[in-house]
Design a protein around this ligand. Sequence first.
Ligand code: CA
Length: 234
Amino acid sequence: MKGKTILIVEDEPNIAEVVSLYLERADFKVRVARDGLAAMTILEERIPDLIVLDIMLPELDGFAITRWLRERSNVPIIMLTARRDEIDRISGLELGADDYVVKPFSPQELVSRVRAVLRRTSQAEIQPQDAQPVTAGNLTIEPLSRTATLQGETLTLTAKEFDMLHLFASRPQQVFTRDQLLDRVWGEVEYIDPSTVTVHVRRLREKIEEDPSSPTRLITVWGVGYKFVPDTKS
Ligand code: CA
């Protein structure tokens, strides 16, 4: 959870300052917006990992910001409220805040809530099917322990080799282009040389093929990309 960015939207300087201090001490990166428009400017530039959002703000209130934001992002929101009668609206389905804290609150409690919401939402991001073991022929992949075995032998794989093999084995016979592999295995990084894929495929073959120079499992589909063919005999 270290290094996650939290945006605090709060017009009361004392509260903003104390909350920032506690979150920074807990190793979060903090940005502060003093009103709704400042918050939108920051959010249009970059969505943080979580937003602590006061309801009573000048210009645009917390409800309006949440509605605007929900059309763009599922970023977790913890709302700050000074009024009990606002709680029904916050917890109402229409808004989609993830939690709320009633003023006055202890900053330490807010930090705990931030941690709890981040834990909950990051777990929800793990797709259940991605956690399921995959068996393809005599290859078995255990995503949770990040281990792969071939014919009962544990393979020694780097993180990217594991991710690539997991992707291939989850979709046997499906052809992946280099771009798709870059996208799925390397994700959103600025620039990766496409030959990186070729290098990783070669290394993976050295680990899973009987004869890496004439592969039978990780096959080149000429002019397109690669596919994984499970062994038919076990
Ligand atoms: Ca306020």
